[in-house]
Design a protein around this ligand. Sequence first.
Ligand code: SUG
Length: 446
Amino acid sequence: MHSTREYNFDGLVGPSHNYAGLSFGNVASFSNVKSASNPKQAALQGLAKMRALAARGFAQALLPPQDRPNFRLLRSIGFTGTDAEVLARAYKESPVILACAYSASPMWTANAATVSPSADTHDGRVHFTAANLNNKLHRAFEHAQSARSLRAIFSDDRHFAVHDALPSTPAFGDEGAANHTRLGANHGAPSVELFVYGRVEFDPSAPSPKRYPARQTLEASQAVARLHGLDAKRTVYVQQNPDVIDQGVFHNDVIAVGNGNVLFYHEQAFADEEASLSQLHRAVAATGADLQALRVDTGQVPIADAVSSYLFNSQLLTKEGGRMALVIPQECQENRAVARYLEGLVASGGPVDELIHFDLRQSMRNGGGPACLRLRVALTETEARAMHQGVIMTEALYHRLVQWVEKHYRDHLEPSDLADPQLALEVHAALEELTIILNLPGLYDL
Ligand code: SUG
């Protein structure tokens, strides 16, 4: 048994979860624009996943939702008056901007930050860099609260360093852990950190997608590696295949996932598969581990099926004994090609011998699968003791949060409901109580 464990910090879905079609390039977000959402069900689905994984013995915690609506954003762009007036004016003049201010997108904590565990960093601390998410208006304001939440939870600076987001400019487009994974012998071993970028700001000759945006730049990935003090020999940068970005793969975690020494990926994931894989094999071998690549080819799973089922947006979790479970959304079982592939995968005698599936439909309809909903933080026992304990998922916390959701969340939210000033008051009341439940009194400026 290794003393370092991987904690998965799932985003607790906030009370304003809605479908506003804000993410150009994210097929699900675009297809479900303006349909009614069910925030209560969304939060309960997320909690059920956290509870089940905690009950299985996986280390599970949560990151709190953010304060909504974002009045600072609305006022900064000229909507004035009382809070109710600001909401009414924004709704009248630009309902889509009001939806941005209300987005519950911080639920996808894979985009909250990039995390480097202490085994990889120059000063032996766990480093976090909040992601600026500057490609989308509704996400570009998350980083301030993400950094604040991370600092509240990882406040002990002997063990943790939380960096502010990179400059919010296209050259440094950063989407956090969704484009980052570690590969090595186990969670506690110094490992290779793999950064996958979509475009290069300062090299116009590098390929880039034509239809949809590439959200992550090489320059951002390099900056994060510098901030975290990573060893150059154990840092690998690989370009995502621009053609798959154009087919809806807006983050690398929609087409590849790594855990321990296993990389589970689609043959079309990277711009240059052969070069990427050989670079990774070499770097991982230098750490003393042996990279095991689980390659899925297009004949088995076409890109469109990978995108609609979110096969690769799964969590690969190491179980006691070393075998791995793949945590998948139920959409994988509803897709014939993917279901058939998965049957073969668990029967193959390879590293993955179990599938755990969840109904995450509410989040999936916005393009958020199991892996989007979680931020991985590998912690030694000492580090785990040093973090705030109130966010660790237990049966007691689960029941308390279910009660809290039942009390505060609506079960039906239409785009026009965002104009209702009552909704803003409900969200505030919910978050106020949440700070007590999580024992994080200074979390928000409410
Ligand atoms: O950034 N969807 C998110 C989904 C993020 C998924 N995260 C990872 N792959 N790690 C996004 O596109 C949709 C919101 C809306 O349309 O209302 C949204 O923001």
